[in-house]
Write a protein that binds this ligand. Sequence first.
Ligand SMILES: *[C@@H]1O[C@H](CO)[C@@H](O)[C@H](O)[C@H]1NC(C)=O
Ligand SMILES: *[C@@H]1O[C@H](CO)[C@@H](O)[C@H](O)[C@H]1NC(C)=O
Ligand SMILES: *[C@@H]1O[C@H](CO)[C@@H](O)[C@H](O)[C@H]1NC(C)=O
Ligand SMILES: *[C@@H]1O[C@H](CO)[C@@H](O)[C@H](O)[C@H]1NC(C)=O
Ligand SMILES: *[C@@H]1O[C@H](CO)[C@@H](O)[C@H](O)[C@H]1NC(C)=O
Ligand SMILES: *[C@@H]1O[C@H](CO)[C@@H](O)[C@H](O)[C@H]1NC(C)=O
Ligand SMILES: *[C@@H]1O[C@H](CO)[C@@H](O)[C@H](O)[C@H]1NC(C)=O
Ligand SMILES: *[C@@H]1O[C@H](CO)[C@@H](O)[C@H](O)[C@H]1NC(C)=O
Ligand SMILES: *[C@@H]1O[C@H](CO)[C@@H](O)[C@H](O)[C@H]1NC(C)=O
Length: 424
Amino acid sequence: MLWCIVKSAMRFQFIQSLNGKYTSGNIAKSVILLSFPLFLIIFNFSIIKFSNQSSPKVYDRSLNLTTITKIKPCNIFSGEWVPYSKEPYYNNETCPLIIGQQNCMKFGRLDKVFLKWRWKPYECEIPLFDANLFLKIVKGKSMAFVGDSVGRNQMNSLLCLLNQVAHAEDISKRYTNNTTNIWRWFYADYNFTLVTLWSPFLVRANDSDLNGHSNKSLMNLYLDNVDEAWASEIENFDFVIISAGQWFFRPLIFYENDQIAGCHKCEQKSIKDFSHYYGYKKAFRTTLRAIINLKGYKGVTFLRTFSPAHFENGEWNKGGNCERKKPFTKEEIKFDGYILDTYMTQVNEFIEAEKKARKRGLKFLMINTTEIMLRRPDGHPNNYVYGYSKNKNVTNNDCVHWCLPGPIDTWNEFLLYMLKMETY
Ligand SMILES: *[C@@H]1O[C@H](CO)[C@@H](O)[C@H](O)[C@H]1NC(C)=O
Ligand SMILES: *[C@@H]1O[C@H](CO)[C@@H](O)[C@H](O)[C@H]1NC(C)=O
Ligand SMILES: *[C@@H]1O[C@H](CO)[C@@H](O)[C@H](O)[C@H]1NC(C)=O
Ligand SMILES: *[C@@H]1O[C@H](CO)[C@@H](O)[C@H](O)[C@H]1NC(C)=O
Ligand SMILES: *[C@@H]1O[C@H](CO)[C@@H](O)[C@H](O)[C@H]1NC(C)=O
Ligand SMILES: *[C@@H]1O[C@H](CO)[C@@H](O)[C@H](O)[C@H]1NC(C)=O
Ligand SMILES: *[C@@H]1O[C@H](CO)[C@@H](O)[C@H](O)[C@H]1NC(C)=O
Ligand SMILES: *[C@@H]1O[C@H](CO)[C@@H](O)[C@H](O)[C@H]1NC(C)=O
Ligand SMILES: *[C@@H]1O[C@H](CO)[C@@H](O)[C@H](O)[C@H]1NC(C)=O
């Protein structure tokens, strides 16, 4: 069944050209050329530069960020990747739940050095993922991953991490006849429910049918309307992990108050063109407000920050790849440019929302993974994914999602660390 899901999952392509900003200078900088989500229906649209737009600076650079990194006793997000000699938590033999899109070993990835690193915070050690402890914390509770396929990637990692000690039953079909994007798992021994709620924009979106334009790749984004696909579901959830990213780079028409407020790369003379930050900022604002206003919601909300892509040697659809075998050092890669700005855009919204959430007695926490993953160009499937390696001429490399096992398992180490701090 999972195979069908992979095959039928949506796919679109995205192009971002950055005006030489990332193409000159050291090698590392030239790596982060572009990013896109990999799904299976191809929408073609032309290459559009957005770097000539005036610099967005939609966030306040003077913010004191330490106020939202409240994870005591140490800041687990500040640290480095250090060599680690032990085997990963699981592999393609011990975890039967890895989907083709993420099963790098099965599809021919031979180098294993990328599995030999652990995240080491400067101030402390982050414990190994303890599946029994995790299940003890979530016993009788429910957890939802809300977002796109990268969010689902983290849930898939969690499934494998827990698979070591507990059986998960796929109960998706009890809730929907269309299981393309809605997955539900139930751990009967722990009465724990784990779901992913598909909502790549978090706000309401649909196809925009502007005649003859961009082969229908254009989408409408209703920036002041939350996507009911998750909003109507999460009220009774105990833990909600929100994320969004690559989809915002595509051509979009922004609606506010039921009117067109502008667009991103829509190429319509009559519509004002904004950077992707415009939609990203408002989508997070609407989303976080909606959570705060959900009457019965008492859960802990996590924002997992933007996950960067790593294409090198070309654009994503022109042979671009990610063939590095080990992490970047801090000297090799700088946290700047559009990755920093995209990250800061959501952090800014998060900081504002967290204050309001706190007043309403809600816990908002940030899983601050952007810079950490920026240093992992070696963690993506590249061409070692289902369907791709067999069709290199017609498909593109995946430098957006993360191999399982792989560095994304660290996100669940963070999640457990934070759950522990919040619940004990
Ligand atoms: C930021 O906030 C933290 C915690 O409230 C405080 O200790 C620190 O001094 C502040 N830093 C700056 C530069 O204001
Ligand atoms: C997130 O972590 C990075 C290091 O990985 C750090 O530079 C940044 O300041 C952190 N942000 C917050 C809000 O703590
Ligand atoms: C796991 O991957 C190896 C290659 O690393 C492959 O030979 C094997 O068939 C795979 N096993 C499963 C169950 O996919
Ligand atoms: C299972 O957990 C749900 C909440 O997720 C709770 O409502 C229900 O009573 C629990 N069932 C049992 C048998 O403990
Ligand atoms: C699935 O489809 C069947 C037949 O159309 C319908 O009876 C059933 O209620 C649907 N189930 C769900 C969960 O929507
Ligand atoms: C199932 O949902 C996906 C996206 O959520 C959609 O693309 C697809 O058309 C749906 N399939 C059916 C049979 O409704
Ligand atoms: C998208 O949603 C809007 C508002 O509900 C609707 O007017 C429009 O027809 C929808 N577009 C398509 C292609 O269905
Ligand atoms: C749709 O895509 C095809 C192939 O890329 C291209 O030749 C055609 O011009 C596009 N049509 C429009 C209306 O953009
Ligand atoms: C891809 O390559 C195969 C074998 O080289 C060839 O038969 C096929 O026509 C190619 N497809 C495209 C779309 O170029």
